[in-house]
Design a protein around this ligand. Sequence first.
Ligand code: HEC
Length: 143
Amino acid sequence: MKKIFSIIIFISILLIGNSLANNHYPITTESKIMIAKGKISYEIHCASCHKVNLAGADNWKGLDEDGHRKAPPLNGTGHAWHHDDVTLHSITKHGLAKLVKNYQGKMIGFGDKLSDEEIDNVLAYIKSYWPKDEYEYQIDLNK
Ligand code: HEC
């Protein structure tokens, strides 16, 4: 009896784990609360480089005075929407250092400042700027 009970608990944990994982991505713009929270974190942590309106640095395709790339737009005109949610989350959490060998640029990670949930909120906020076609294209990337 005890054994059956533990097996049932074990299976429930597996099922709950799975459904959480499945609920996580894609990050959509359905939750106004996520977007509102994401806006606050964005303005604190991201706007200094990517700008309050998400349009990126002026002349973002050029290099800055240190020879680094400038912050690209996140509003759907750059290419952030070509990345799936796992990649966007990872860029935000770990910076590009984790993805690009010997990365010297300015996109450092925010994993010590933002929780995974807060990062997802920021991504929901960012996506709320994307035109419908780019948004839907990116949602499909996650399937
Ligand atoms: C100190 C400036 C700076 C801050 C602050 C910053 N970024 Fe960036 N970000 C950059 C730069 C520069 C790049 C381009 C990286 C490169 O090519 O070297 C970038 C690239 C990105 C990309 C990849 C975009 C693409 O088109 O592939 C994403 C996504 C991103 N940043 C999200 C964020 C988020 C979310 C925050 C806030 C939590 C943030 N960034 C804060 C400078 C910054």
